[in-house]
Design a protein around this ligand. Structure first.
Ligand code: TRP
Length: 333
């Protein structure tokens, strides 16, 4: 029995945070034995909206690789590879751009939202508009059938499958498999300030490398219920970031349910729930931070991991490129 192939990845724009842990890293640890898993350090895709800061994109390659290893991704069981060093991904991207229209790219809900959020308008970098085709290249080059992503990425998988169907139709056979998005039940964690998205650039994230003091300060400043002024007042649990995080990380969900009931009734102060959350987060992050600090001292090892993973991925992706070129009946020399 061959194990199903999973591809996931992260743009290399900064170190990962506890939102990544809840949303994807914890699952990736579970997949290591049951699936053939590739983790893509997506530096080329990071450039599509960070061309002004290539230095950040370069530096973050090591940061994200360190985060992977620190949470327990095992390079013997998962393949960590670097997007910019896999030429087949770029070549397939160019090919796929002929199987998608500009109108369809502009209609992609993920792209549409991002154009609006960043105020790009017509001045959108062409690479950014086209990144769904590049992501289709990522997914199909590995012949991945499962792609665990956040909910916001689901339209990208849909668009990838559309490209796959066009190529298969043109080739007259199923040279590429379609992929299924697997969306974590937990959903995306909000920022500590209550904004919908936790992000390093938004300054509302808790990094996996956060110091005890950074964790303490982040939890203390965390958004709760603005109308919950006195301990004896009834409080709101929905939209209360402390409870959202407790939902994601508290191992004692029964105890948590009782706390929520008490908070709703009144008589439970924000200080108490914050202390509970802080203890949980300190315990979660401490071993990751320690492992990460040790690993960071051995840069040669991190480079080896990325180099070896990229080599393995290169064989795989080159083979797919040859398959596609030959299935389409393009010229081969
Ligand atoms: N777009 C993903 C993100 O924003 C990163 C990514 C690049 C990716 N290529 C991928 C995810 C392929 C899954 C599959 O984090």
């Amino acid at each position: 029995m061959t194990r199903p192939t999973i591809l996931t990845g992260d743009r290399t724009t900064g170190p990962l945070h506890i939102g990544h842990y809840a949303g994807s890293l914890a699952n990736r640890l579970r997949y290591q034995d049951s699936h053939e898993q590739f983790l893509l350090l997506a530096d080329t895709q990071a450039l599509t909206d960070n061309a002004h800061d290539p230095e950040k994109v370069r530096r973050s390659v090591i940061e994200v690789a360190l985060d992977y290893l620190a949470v327990g991704i095992d390079p013997a069981r998962s393949t960590i590879c670097l997007q910019s060093h896999l030429p087949a991904l770029a070549e397939l991207s160019m090919l796929y751009l002929n199987f998608v229209t500009v109108a369809r790219l502009e209609r992609n809900p993920t792209i549409k939202d991002e154009i609006r959020a960043r105020g790009f308008g017509r001045d959108i970098p062409a690479g950014f508009l086209c990144y769904p085709a590049a992501q289709a290249a990522d997914i199909t080059a590995f012949k991945a059938t499962i792609v665990p992503v956040g909910e916001d990425q689901a339209p990208l998988i849909e668009q990838s499958n559309e490209i796959v169907r066009r190529i298969n139709a043109t080739a007259g056979r199923a040279v590429l498999p379609e992929a299924r998005a697997v969306i974590p039940k937990a959903g995306r964690l909000p920022g500590v300030d209550g904004k919908a998205k936790m992000s390093k650039s938004g300054g509302n994230a808790i990094a996996l490398s956060a110091s005890p003091d950074e964790i303490r300060r982040a939890v203390r400043a965390m958004f709760t219920d603005p109308d919950h002024l006195r301990v004896e007042d009834p409080g709101r649990v929905e939209g209360n970031v402390v409870f959202t995080y407790l939902d994601a990380f508290d191992p004692d969900q029964e105890g948590l349910a009782a706390l929520k009931a008490q908070y709703r009734r009144g008589g439970l102060g924000d200080g108490k729930i914050k202390a509970r959350l802080e203890a949980i987060l300190q315990e979660l992050v401490a071993p990751i931070r320690d492992r990460r600090a040790k690993l960071a001292e051995d840069r040669a090892y991190i480079f080896d991991v990325i180099r070896e993973g990229t080599q393995r991925a290169r064989e795989r992706t080159e083979a797919t490129k040859r398959d596609v070129v030959s299935a389409l009946g393009l010229f081969e020399l």
